[in-house]
Design a protein around this ligand. Structure first.
Ligand SMILES: NC(=O)c1ccc[n+]([C@@H]2O[C@H](COP(=O)([O-])OP(=O)(O)OC[C@H]3O[C@@H](n4cnc5c(N)ncnc54)[C@H](O)[C@@H]3O)[C@@H](O)[C@H]2O)c1
Length: 259
């Protein structure tokens, strides 16, 4: 990824520790990319950018709410102004929804769809013209195994399944422009997003999957490195499930707790 320009949305972490966006931004930089770390909370983005710079990498932070088209345009324009183009967009932003159908209000539903799904559409629309100008690029969208197997949280599951449809459709449309679009489908990894579930749930999540080891944001981020890299130049429209084999079992489908 040397010399490539990448944007990672949700590049901060909501608490101490390493979330999926933070891990991806750091690994992209270690692989030689210049990374714009975008987050709704600027300090979170700055923390990640600072970690990258402390390792000798190149990164800047940018405050953006990716549910807003203007913020997405400004985010892309900033990367282009700074580094002359854009090669990689990592659509990582996501929040969890309420555990059950009857707890989900229409307002919750709309917010979930805006943050987890519309954001992917808006950031992609902003990025594609500048990627196409360069002859192509790679877009990675973070879904979830909740899109594939029942685990409660219907709004979250619907948004994450929507991402898979978006990837399928846009891979076909953007292939002729040289833009590859793929999804990463993480399993029950332990990140700041799920910290609130507590130690018992943490242990259960670890035991659920056939491998029986705890997944981290780094496991997910290595998948993003592959999909963003030239080694994946012939891969588009795919979903890469990173879940220690959980989707191959019948375990781990109990209703989730609250984040
Ligand atoms: N942790 C898991 O088990 C798991 C499993 C499957 C999928 N995922 C997905 O991984 C992705 C990232 O999760 P994470 O663990 O890094 O979460 P996280 O909460 O640690 O980090 C996400 C970051 O996104 C930012 N953000 C939220 N809304 C935003 C917005 N509108 N605009 C810009 N930034 C915004 C937050 O400020 C936060 O810093 C999400 O899409 C999530 O659904 C996580």
């Amino acid at each position: 990824m040397a010399g490539k320009v990448a944007i990672v949305t949700g590049a901060g972490s909501r608490g101490p520790g390493v979330g999926n966006g933070k891990a991806a931004a750091i690994l992209f930089a270690r692989e030689g990319a210049r990374v714009l770390c975008a987050d709704r909370v600027l300090e979170r983005a700055e923390e990640t950018a600072g970690l990258i710079r402390a390792e000798g990498g190149e990164a800047i932070s940018f405050g953006a709410d990716v549910t807003r088209a203007a913020d997405c345009s400004a985010m892309v324009a900033t990367a282009v102004d700074r580094w002359g183009g854009l090669d990689i967009l990592h659509n990582n932003v996501g929040i969890a929804s309420r555990p059950t159908l009857m707890e989900t209000s229409a307002e919750d539903w709309d917010r979930l769809m805006a943050v987890d799904l519309k954001s992917v559409f808006l950031a992609t629309v902003a990025a594609v013209p500048v990627m196409a100008e360069r002859g192509g690029g790679a877009i990675i969208c973070v879904s979830s195994i909740d899109a594939l197997r029942g685990h409660g949280r219907p709004a979250y599951a619907a948004a994450k399944a929507g991402i898979l449809g978006f990837v399928t459709a846009t891979a076909v449309e953007l292939g002729p422009k040289g833009v590859r679009v793929n999804a990463i489908v993480p399993g029950q990894v332990w990140t700041p997003m799920v910290e609130g579930l507590g130690p018992e749930a943490r242990e259960q999540r670890r035991r659920n999957a056939p491998l029986g080891t705890e997944g981290t944001a780094w496991d997910v981020a290595w998948g993003a490195v592959y999909l963003a890299s030239e080694e994946a130049r012939w891969v588009t429209g795919q979903m890469l499930v990173i879940d220690a084999g959980l989707t191959r079992t019948t375990r781990g489908s109990e209703l989730p707790g609250r984040y």
